[in-house]
Write a protein that binds this ligand. Structure first.
Ligand code: ADP
Length: 401
């Protein structure tokens, strides 16, 4: 079966077409700057093969429907296309950021499901409307293909009440569903599954801490295949230090800034999400730039690295306590896969807890599942590339089956 995976954002659509017979990627692309004066449609056809072809079209993309139609035209192009007709697509998998408490697993999209996703818009006002746009367009373009929603929050619905409740007046949960939801669930679930496989174990028999470090960062305690705690919360702001997001701060910071710094709620929210994290500390949010700056003696860049890796280490300790016993720690995503220094500093000083990195093996970019710990390490440390598109496509196939 051929599965089209769609990740529809407010001004962009990422898509990938996979042949699930051998899980190969037939095409992978991006529609950018939707609604702006100049848009971009980029598509790699047959990547990873000798017949690879990259197509870039610069033209205005007024809306998601236009963008999606253009992308499908490339997939079905008579000369260069990878399928003859849209009807070859057997299922469409959609990334949906927030499923609230309604969705614990990937779900076949119906009118009722769309209404339920609409109900969670207050929890993800930027993301869910854009995800819904993608779903609506795909339903029109592929009327015969089953459409499956795969939620970033679903994997974390197994988190028990003592870990998902905030110690706030309980009415806030009862009336407004204020609680921890967690995100990046598709990635955490995928790398936990891959980790068990490469360890030669059943997922149900191991406890794993998954560390997703990209622009957004989060860590999850996975007990026997189930998420029992995760660092992102009601929104994707809590926990680890991210590219531009602060992660944990004293919640009273809102009141302090409002009273003392002449900032209103929107300004504070914007600052915590877009001007904080690594960028807030040193003016850069890309780890590659931060390392170059450190090499040139930039003290604030060094501080940003230290703050991020210390926070990572602190949460590893917390999740070791939450899990009781840990078999493996997995690093994934842009920083987790590529940055040996961040990985090394994250587990530095944890030898007494049975976490011993093999610094020589760690000194590389991880392109496939790679064991990064020494033989003596009681806890295995792995670098495992995440693949959210493949994870979504697999789940779409399962739902359709
Ligand atoms: P997103 O959360 O947007 O999916 P990614 O997982 O792609 O992000 O991660 C992007 C981040 O990964 C970049 O901002 C950068 O900090 C980091 N990164 C990418 N490549 C490297 C590299 N070679 N070395 C260090 N960091 C890298």
């Amino acid at each position: 079966m051929k599965v089209l995976v769609i990740n529809s954002g407010s001004s962009s659509i990422k898509f990938q077409l996979l042949d699930m017979q051998d899980e190969s990627v037939l095409a992978s692309g991006l529609v950018e700057r939707i609604g702006e004066a100049e848009g971009l449609i980029k598509c790699e056809l047959r990547p990873d093969t000798d017949a690879e072809e990259v197509i870039k079209i610069q033209e205005p993309v007024p809306n998601h429907e236009h963008g999606m139609r253009k992308a499908v035209d490339l997939l079905t192009d008579a000369d260069k296309g990878v399928i003859k007709d849209r009807s070859e697509i057997g299922a469409v998998g959609h990334r949906v950021v927030h499923g609230g408490e309604a969705f614990h697993q990937p779900t076949l999209i119906t009118d009722e499901v769309i209404a339920a996703i609409e109900n969670t818009i207050p929890l993800a006002p930027l993301h869910n409307p854009a995800n819904l746009d993608g779903i609506k367009v795909a339903r029109e373009l592929f009327p015969a293909a089953p459409q499956v929603a795969v939620f970033d929050t679903a994997f974390h619905q197994s988190i028990p009440p003592h870990a998902y409740h905030y110690a706030l007046p309980i009415e806030l949960y009862e009336k407004h569903r204020v609680r921890r939801y967690g995100f990046h669930g598709t990635s955490h679930k995928f790398v936990a599954g891959e980790c068990a496989k490469v360890m030669g174990k059943k997922l149900e028999d191991v406890n794993i801490i998954t560390v997703h470090l990209g622009n957004g960062c989060s860590m999850t305690a996975v007990e026997k295949g189930k998420s029992i705690d995760t660092t992102l919360g009601l929104t994707p702001l809590e926990g680890l230090v991210m590219g531009t997001r602060s992660g944990d701060v004293d919640p009273a910071i809102y009141a302090f800034l409002a009273r003392n710094c002449d900032m209103d709620i929107d300004a504070i929210d914007n600052m915590l999400n877009k001007k904080s994290g690594l960028k807030g500390l040193c003016g850069m949010n890309d780890m590659r730039d931060i390392h170059s700056a450190i090499e040139k003696g930039d003290k604030m860049a060094k501080l940003a690295l230290d703050v991020q890796t210390y926070r990572n280490r602190k949460y590893i300790g917390a999740y070791m306590a939450a899990l009781g016993h840990v078999d493996a720690i997995v690093f994934t995503a842009g920083i987790g896969e590529n940055d040996n220094i961040v990985r090394e500093k994250t587990v530095e000083g944890l030898e007494a807890f049975g976490i011993i990195m093999d610094k020589k093996v760690n000194d590389q970019r991880v392109k496939k599942p790679t064991l990064l710990s020494t033989k003596e390490s009681a806890v295995q440390i792995w670098g495992i590339p995440t693949n959210e598109e493949l994870a979504i496509a697999r789940q779409a196939v399962e739902v359709v089956a």
